[in-house]
Design a protein around this ligand. Sequence first.
Ligand code: NAI
Length: 273
Amino acid sequence: MSYNLLKGKRGIIFGALDENSIAWKTAERVHEEGGTFVLTNAPIAMRMGSINKLAEKTGSKIIPADATSVEDLEKLVAGAVEELGGKLDFVLHSIGMSINVRKGRHYTDQNYDWTQKGTDVSAMSFHKTMQVLYKHDAMNEWGSIVALTYMAAQRVFPDYNDMADNKAYLESIARSFGYFFGRDKKVRVNTISQSPTPTTAGQGVKGFDGFIAYAEKMSPLGNATAQECADYTITLFSDLTKKVTLQNLFHDGGFSNMGVSNEVMEAFVNEQK
Ligand code: NAI
């Protein structure tokens, strides 16, 4: 259903790789709600993915940018403001990558060059993006910036590896930069802490199938899907949440406040028999 919540709003959406991507679903929902945007992704991802299809469907321009490159981000922001015909109202940072995870290096045996690259892509890129937006005064007042995160920033999920540290850093950047963005530009900055979701990035985590099944059984409402995450993000981009800022917002069917559920207990008790 569409409510025209984003009519007249302009933005940038990072991270749509394929139809499973959270950013892909969000772009479709923003389009339905009347928002216009530029799509962006790393040049290499554009070759692997199918972003052109999404651009066609939503009538959007694509401007490639490696989110670790300030130069690329400057071109992206300037290009988006020009293409969309004015300053921006929303930005979605939906980017994550760990080479240690990808290459199966254990948390206790990291290759630090890879760790640094992962931190740059997954967390520092959020600071870089906001710094470029801030310095170029590219956001409208009451604009909204959202990044996606995972609860491994607060609790231990052993196979999430160095991404846990990257997410803790990302969430801290949201608060720290969010203060200045709020004070100086009246722009809000939040992170959404999403349930495990079957996407390219999600499925790259070792033991993902067990991980997602466990979270499903622990959450009173079940796991939140990518589509539901897109819906939630729309509310944060809309004018209905103008005073929500500096928050890490759990979108996880209740998982983060659970100790144990009956279903998980039963599985455990059955195993003991
Ligand atoms: P995805 O694999 O579809 O999206 C990740 C995106 O990051 C891709 O489009 C990729 O091209 C982009 N990216 C990687 N390096 C980049 C670079 N240097 N510059 C620009 N873009 C780059 O997977 P998903 O799940 O949609 O991920 C989106 C966000 O959601 C990530 O931050 C992820 O950590 C987060 N998240 C995912 C969960 C899951 O279980 N899938 C759970 C909680 C959070």
